[in-house]
Design a protein around this ligand. Structure first.
Ligand code: PA5
Length: 446
């Protein structure tokens, strides 16, 4: 049985004609991704990456992870966007929900994150927490010039050097960046840090299956070989055109729904371990498709939690949304609801049932209610939360994203829009080289 299946039957009636009409475009878009004949083709290195990954690279990542695990209770992974979200999503999905509160001496090295924001309190509190602790740093930036991780790295590198000395700190820092370009490459070469390379032809948000995602995941103690093998299975399954190709089908259906007026897609989970998977997915689809005045707006919710906050809007608000539910078939653990003699809470009708049975009925009840209320529902069922399945799921969404962007008619592999805020920020901060922009923005603010 396959670890991942896609059910579009609860969406078909909302965009039947559009779905039929997109058969040719979906097949063409799949071919664009597979053969690299369309815009953005210099960023398609991720397409055959899992199947072709060098086993020496996996060994060397595992060796580095083991070294960091043997020396550090905490490893701070510094990065933002594609250099952060994939690792965070996979580690959260595989970890005990309370892992952060457990003793690393008993349960293994903890991975913390920095440089994914410029919150002064966050940084100060992280540095306070790390005082007196054994920690290392994995600094990740493809461009090697991104401001948020650069600030965090400057602060944490100084702290580490002050704590253990400059020479010992070098052994505890690993950099993942471009082979030649960028400030981080220059720094790593000068300081003699161990480094891993992000290939030129893999963009940030498609880089989970490179050292960007693999090293943090291995440091957290998970099996990256199984993770990559899972992705390689999905790579094979999503090559050929046809109904069996779930990436093509998902991409085609979400575009059909978009054309029928459903402009927002909500990624739903019924398992809190998948919260950050939603964050990763939002970046993947938001940065890939939101351009040229087009694109489905990607949002995410955690159910049933958010049924008590966003549920009203989803059930009865403007009918411009559809939802994609990731349903985990089997939880790892078992918890049965006990019977109670007094039954004051009226819950004895659930006594003897597993908590997951209630969760699954909440899921089914929500699906029926939302479809009745005009919200098309796509369901992605995954067998369990393990490395193999998550590798498959990551690759599935990446492949579907490439196909979907091409069906939409955009280049899914660039992100020109993210430069606008940076330009203004540098102008406002008076960065050398931005003198004209600084004068212009200050004149606007008078
Ligand atoms: O997907 C992308 O390209 C971006 O989200 C980048 O990953 C993000 O901006 C971080 O860039 P970098 O790795 O160059 O620091």
């Amino acid at each position: 049985m396959k670890a991942i299946s896609l059910d579009i039957t609860q969406a078909e009636k909302f965009a039947c004609e559009q779905y039929k009409g997109l058969a040719g475009a979906a097949a063409e878009a799949l071919e664009d991704v597979n053969t690299g004949r369309a815009a953005g083709n210099d960023f398609l290195g991720w397409v055959r990456l899992p199947g072709e990954i060098d086993s020496d690279l996996i060994d060397s990542i595992n060796k580095t992870a083991e070294r960091l695990r043997s020396k550090c209770d905490y490893v701070v992974c510094i990065g933002i966007g594609g250099s952060y979200l994939g690792a965070k999503a996979v580690i959260s999905a595989l970890s005990n929900c309370f892992s952060d509160f457990m003793d690393p001496a008993a349960t293994g090295t903890k991975v913390l994150f920095a440089g994914q924001n410029i919150g002064e309190d966050y940084t100060a509190e992280l540095q306070e927490f790390l005082k007196g602790k054994k920690f290392g740093i994995v600094v990740i930036s493809k461009s090697g010039t991104t401001t948020e991780p650069a600030i965090a790295f400057r602060l944490l590198k100084t702290q580490l050097e002050e704590a253990v000395g400059k020479e010992a700190a070098k052994e505890l820092i690993v950099a993942i960046t471009d082979a030649k370009k960028g400030a981080l490459r220059t720094l790593a070469t000068q300081e003699g840090y161990e480094t891993f390379v992000i290939a030129d032809n893999v963009g940030g948000r498609f880089s989970v299956l490179t050292p960007v995602g693999l090293l943090p995941i291995a440091v957290a103690g998970f099996d990256i070989k199984k993770f990559v093998e899972g992705a390689a299975k999905m790579e094979k399954e999503t090559m050929a055109n046809g109904a069996e190709n779930i990436a093509e089908t998902y991409a085609r259906m979400r575009n059909a729904l978009y054309r029928s007026g459903k402009k927002t897609e909500i990624l739903v989970n019924f398992n809190p371990k998948l919260h950050y998977f939603g964050e990763w997915w939002k970046q993947l689809y938001g940065e890939s498709e939101g351009k040229d005045g087009k694109g489905i707006f990607p949002a995410s919710v955690d159910f049933t939690t958010d049924l008590h906050s966003m549920g009203q809007w989803i059930q009865d608000g403007e009918r411009t949304i559809f939802e994609t539910v990731i349903s985990v078939k089997a939880p790892e653990l078992e918890k049965v609801i006990p019977s109670d003699e007094q039954n004051l809470d009226g819950l004895n009708f659930l006594a003897g049932k597993r908590v997951d049975e209630v969760n699954k009925m909440a899921e089914l009840g929500t699906q029926i209610a939302h479809v009745d209320g005009g919200v098309p529902n796509l369901k992605i069922e995954i067998a369990r939360l393990d490395e193999d399945t998550l590798g498959q799921l990551i690759y599935f969404f990446e492949k579907a994203c490439g196909i979907s962007g091409y069906i939409l008619g955009v280049n899914p592999f660039n992100q020109p829009g993210v430069e606008a805020y940076k330009k203004n920020m540098f102008a406002l901060l008076g960065k050398p080289g931005y003198e004209k922009e600084t004068a212009a923005i200050q004149a606007r603010l008078k």
